[in-house]
Design a protein around this ligand. Structure first.
Ligand SMILES: NC(=O)c1ccc[n+]([C@@H]2O[C@H](COP(=O)([O-])OP(=O)(O)OC[C@H]3O[C@@H](n4cnc5c(N)ncnc54)[C@H](OP(=O)(O)O)[C@@H]3O)[C@@H](O)[C@H]2O)c1
Length: 276
């Protein structure tokens, strides 16, 4: 059966978000993919879209899509406008194809917070700013995506359409480590929200997944090694980096896309790259 996926990815211009988009083309098994690539850097998103189109022609996957730049998910004053732009783009793509079989939201964008600080040094002001980006905008993205998707594909009229929400999570969502207070708080909150949505929308063919990609060999990990205040953990990350043990982004993003393709994961659960 022909399959056409609508895939929204935040922070798709670089890092893991871009890697997930590439793996989606290579491994999802979809015949056609309509991407909504979201982020701050318009040009970076457009470059990724061009790469995806090229990859699609090599893999026999029809790639459609749009780059929604100038979206600062940390800016609460422009969030409503940003969400509207993302919703409009998704709607446009749905209208263009009229054949969407699966709608996927991949909440990838995220930030570390100041890892030099312990919790007692963190101010409420920086906490508020951190949570605006990593939790408040996440909630807005999830709820608007669900509203539109369920309105567009009511189960009684589209029994085969599937909806999936993914949180790019972290080990820190389920394990406490020194100096990660904001990051761990944000990831735990995101995990729990998707747990709730899994229950609320089960009857609507909606599944959710919290995926921890492992310590990736990328810019964010370099920032961790540069800023982390806890010496013990720093040694572990330095050692992994020196020994080439950090996870290749492509390996982790492929694992995520294959999980989504197999569709055997427990909805609302937390899956780590290292899980069997
Ligand atoms: N790297 C790791 O080892 C690791 C491990 C576990 C989990 N993760 C999670 O994986 C996800 C992706 O991280 P990454 O490793 O790819 O990090 P990254 O290299 O720092 O990329 C972060 C992405 O988020 C975007 N972003 C940052 N601030 C934004 C804002 N205010 N509004 C909109 N977009 C914004 C960035 O766009 P700009 O180019 O505009 O900055 C970029 O696309 C994150 O949720 C992270 O917590 C990463």
């Amino acid at each position: 059966m022909s399959s056409h996926h609508l895939v929204i990815i935040t922070g798709a211009n670089r890092g893991f978000g871009s890697s997930v988009a590439h793996s989606y083309v290579a491994h999802s098994g979809a015949n056609a993919i309509s991407f909504v690539l979201v982020g701050r850097a318009q040009q970076g998103l457009e470059d990724v879209l061009t790469e995806l189109r090229n990859a699609g022609s090599g893999n026999n996957v029809a790639i459609h899509g749009v780059a929604i730049g100038d979206v600062d998910l940390a800016d609460i004053d422009t969030l409503e406008n940003s969400l509207t732009r993302i919703r409009d783009a998704a709607k446009q793509l749905r209208l263009q194809s009229n054949t969407i079989t699966k709608s996927v939201l991949i909440n990838n964008a995220g930030s570390l917070g100041d890892l030099s600080k312990t919790a007692k040094e963190v101010t409420w002001q920086e906490t508020r700013k951190y949570l605006d980006f990593n939790v408040v905008s996440f909630v807005g993205l999830c709820s608007s995506f669900l509203q539109d998707t369920l309105a567009e594909f009511p189960k009684d009229q589209h029994p085969d359409h599937r909806t999936v929400l993914v949180n790019i999570s972290s080990l820190l969502a389920v394990q406490a480590c020194s100096n990660w207070s904001l990051y761990a708080t944000g990831k735990a909150a995101r995990d729990r929200l998707l747990g709730v949505i899994a229950l609320e929308e089960k009857r609507n063919n909606v599944k959710t997944l919290n995926y921890a990609p492992g310590p990736l060999n990328n810019d964010m990990q370099a920032d961790v090694r540069r800023t982390l205040g806890d010496k013990e953990q720093l040694e572990i990350y330095d050692d992994m980096h020196k020994k080439g043990l950090l996870v290749k982004m492509e390996d982790s993003s492929s694992k995520l896309v294959l999980l989504l393709k197999k569709d055997e994961f427990e909805s609302g659960g937390h899956v780590d790259y290292y899980d069997k």
